[in-house]
Design a binder for this molecule. Structure first.
Ligand code: IDP
Length: 154
C-alpha cells in the first residue's frame, strides 16, 4: 500500500509503563514527532482481548507469562496517525529486547528486560488494522485536522 498521511498504528503503554509513570513521555514523543493522536483509552484488558491481540504467540513458552503481564494492571491504548506511522512507531519503540534497543528509543530509555518492555506497537499495516479494530470501536476514533500539518509535511 502506498504511504499516506492517514496511516494508523496501534500503540499501547503496558502495565509496567503505566506503573513507571512514562505514559506522558510516550504520548509526548509521538506528539513531538508530528504524529496525530486519534484515539486513547485506559483499561484493564480482559483475557479474551489479550488472547486475540497476542494470538500469533499462542503455544509459545512465554505466552501465559505475557498474558499475565499485560493483564496485570491498566494499559493505555492509543491510535496514532501519520506518514509511516507503523514503521516509524516501531523505530521509536526500539527492539523487543530493551537490552538491544538504542538509547533514544522508548525501550532503550526506560527498559531492561523483554518481559517488561514498556510499550507495544503494531509491526505491520495489516497488524495495525487488526489491532485497532480489536481495541477500539469505530466511533472511538476521532477525525480532526492537525493545524500544524503544513509544518510537518511538505
Ligand atoms: P514486539 O512486542 O516487539 O512486537 P513480539 O515478538 O511480538 O515483540 O512479542 C510480543 C511481546 O511478548 C513482547 O513485546 C514481550 O513483551 C513479550 N515477549 C516476547 N518474547 C518474550 C520472551 O522470550 N520472554 C518474555 N516475554 C517475551
Amino acid at each position: 500500500m502506498a504511504s499516506t498521511k492517514n496511516e494508523r498504528t496501534f500503540i499501547m503503554v503496558k502495565p509496567d509503563g503505566v506503573q513507571r509513570g512514562v505514559v506522558g513521555d510516550v504520548i509526548h514523543r509521538f506528539e513531538q514527532r508530528g504524529y496525530k493522536l486519534v484515539a486513547l483509552k485506559m483499561l484493564q484488558a480482559p483475557r479474551a482481548l489479550l488472547e486475540s491481540h497476542y494470538e500469533e504467540h499462542k503455544g509459545k513458552k512465554f505466552y501465559e507469562i505475557l498474558l499475565a503481564y499485560i493483564g496485570s494492571g491498566p494499559v493505555v491504548a492509543m491510535v496514532w496517525e501519520g506518514l509511516n506511522a507503523v514503521s516509524v512507531g516501531r523505530k521509536m519503540l526500539g527492539a523487543t529486547d530493551p537490552a538491544k534497543s538504542e538509547p533514544g528509543t522508548i525501550r532503550g530509555d526506560f527498559g531492561i528486560v523483554t518481559g517488561r518492555n514498556i510499550v507495544h506497537g503494531s509491526d505491520s499495516e495489516t497488524s495495525a488494522q487488526r489491532e485497532i479494530a480489536l481495541w477500539f470501536k469505530p466511533d472511538e476514533i476521532s477525525q480532526w485536522t492537525h493545524t500544524a500539518e503544513q509544518w510537518i509535511y511538505e
